[in-house]
Design a protein around this ligand. Structure first.
Ligand SMILES: Cc1cc2nc3c(=O)[nH]c(=O)nc-3n(C[C@H](O)[C@H](O)[C@H](O)COP(=O)(O)OP(=O)(O)OC[C@H]3O[C@@H](n4cnc5c(N)ncnc54)[C@H](O)[C@@H]3O)c2cc1C
Length: 392
């Protein structure tokens, strides 16, 4: 490899040589979509807190990224690594865009694909893969985030029907969803239910005044004696392991996705530092700047190597869900550190939406918290290492 100034930080690591041609092409198609459709608009969407989610969902469906690693029912059936790299490119655009895709594919569609009846799959998966129907995934409640086993949302039998009551909180895509996958406590333990939008007693008010993930819809789900037929329950999910396995799918996407945000910050920063003159020289020519860039590039490259390693294990069917915690913790923690350090190099310009950095930094605060907070992943890792659970 001849090393000239790389177009992008990961080129330096020769990461592309670890990815097969088909996957690289798929990644390039997602990157082209983000360049054309997202980059020119994202600062405006973020600033206004308005995302044209329905329109985007259709376009993401055409691109083939919704539920892309699932087989059948109109899904693309790609490798897990390809899905991860698509998340990388989407999150280089914005974590909100990647969240839309993750929640649709890895949480809502995966839950139906893995635990649904044949009728539920036939009804929902093809339109969801096409982006004609949007899904959300309601696990978190106002009083129970990291510990969903405490959930209060209840589903009780009434004849053959189910009646759901409770509140879910911080639900991505909630207000725009055509179907909500809602997890509730029953006499037989936690079960999942498909709640179509418009069902009497079901509302999904949007959560406003967010200062992170502003280009993403986040909602409350209110279930006030929502009556559902017997076949609304996902038959194959019994207990908390159902929703937790869905979270694991989404976490895997974040392992790659957060690094996309980090790369976008770094690439922007290198370009800025090369053109910004300070004390009559380019900012990039100062040792202090280069030390920062070198350290950040190393973390990005190491993170990507770990992500690809986990991707290969997932594709080989050998990935343990506790290994995903290594990647989720590392990628998001390093990405947020990179975003903050990049911001310092841009000085005051770094705080505006003219550059993507403050937006990525603010977004990554949410990414650090959802799909298992960094502390929760540290505790999972600690338990693997010591054999002791420190959760309680
Ligand atoms: C923008 C956004 C979108 C989201 N989308 C969804 C969605 O689509 N669906 C969904 O179901 N949820 C969603 N969530 C919710 C998210 O999963 C929760 O916020 C997350 O699980 C943390 O829960 P919490 O916010 O209640 O924090 P808490 O659980 O109250 O945690 C507070 C603090 O306590 C720490 N903590 C927890 N347990 C321990 C422990 N044992 N020891 C030490 N410290 C501990 C945590 O790490 C954290 O620092 C979303 C959240 C955000 C911000």
């Amino acid at each position: 490899m001849t090393l000239t100034v790389p177009a992008s930080t990961l080129d330096y690591f020769g990461i592309d040589s670890l990815i097969d041609d088909d996957t690289r092409q798929l990644q390039a198609a997602v990157r082209a979509f983000v360049d054309r459709r997202v980059r020119p608009e994202i600062a405006t969407w973020y600033d206004s807190g308005q995302l044209p989610a329905r329109e985007l969902a259709r376009e993401l469906g055409d691109l083939g990224v919704l539920g892309m690693h699932l087989q059948g029912y109109g899904c693309a059936g790609t490798s897990a690594t390809a899905y991860g790299l698509a998340c990388f490119e989407l999150e280089a655009g914005d974590s909100g865009l990647r969240s839309l895709v993750s929640v649709q594919g890895s949480l809502a569609m995966y839950a139906i694909w893995r635990f649904g009846s044949e009728e539920q799959k036939q009804q929902w998966l093809p339109p969801m893969a096409a982006g004609a129907a949007i899904g959300c995934f309601g696990l978190t409640e106002p009083d129970f985030g990291s510990d969903p086993s405490g959930m209060r949302t209840r589903a009780r039998r009434d004849g053959s029907d189910w009646v759901l009551s409770g509140t879910k909180m911080w639900i991505t895509n909630g207000s725009i969803a055509d179907v909500a996958v809602v997890w509730a406590r029953t006499d037989e333990g936690v079960r999942g239910f498909l709640v179509p939008a418009g069902t009497p007693g079901f509302t999904a008010p949007e959560i406003t005044r967010k200062q992170s993930l502003r280009a993403s819809v986040t909602s409350e789900l209110v279930l006030d004696d929502v009556r559902l037929p017997a076949d609304a329950m996902l038959p194959e999910a019994a207990g908390l392991s159902g929703p937790l396995s869905c979270l694991n799918e989404a976490r895997f996407g974040i392992v790659f996705g957060a690094l996309g945000a980090a790369q976008d910050c770094l690439d922007t920063t290198v370009e800025y530092a090369r053109s910004r003159q300070i004390f009559d020289r380019p900012l990039a020519a100062y040792q202090a700047t280069q030390l920062k860039l070198a350290d950040m590039s190393l973390e990005l490259g190491k993170g990507m190597l770990l992500a690809l390693h986990l991707g290969a294990a997932k594709d080989a069917g050998t990935l343990d869900h506790r290994q995903v915690s290594l990647g989720k913790l590392n990628s998001v923690r390093e990405a947020i550190a990179i975003a903050r350090e990049c911001r310092t190099i841009l000085g005051a310009a770094g705080i505006t939406l003219d550059y993507p950095i403050i937006r990525h930094a603010a977004n990554l605060e949410s990414v650090l918290t959802y799909e298992g907070t960094s502390e929760v992943h540290q505790l999972i890792i600690g338990q693997v290492l010591t054999g002791h659970s420190a959760f309680r």
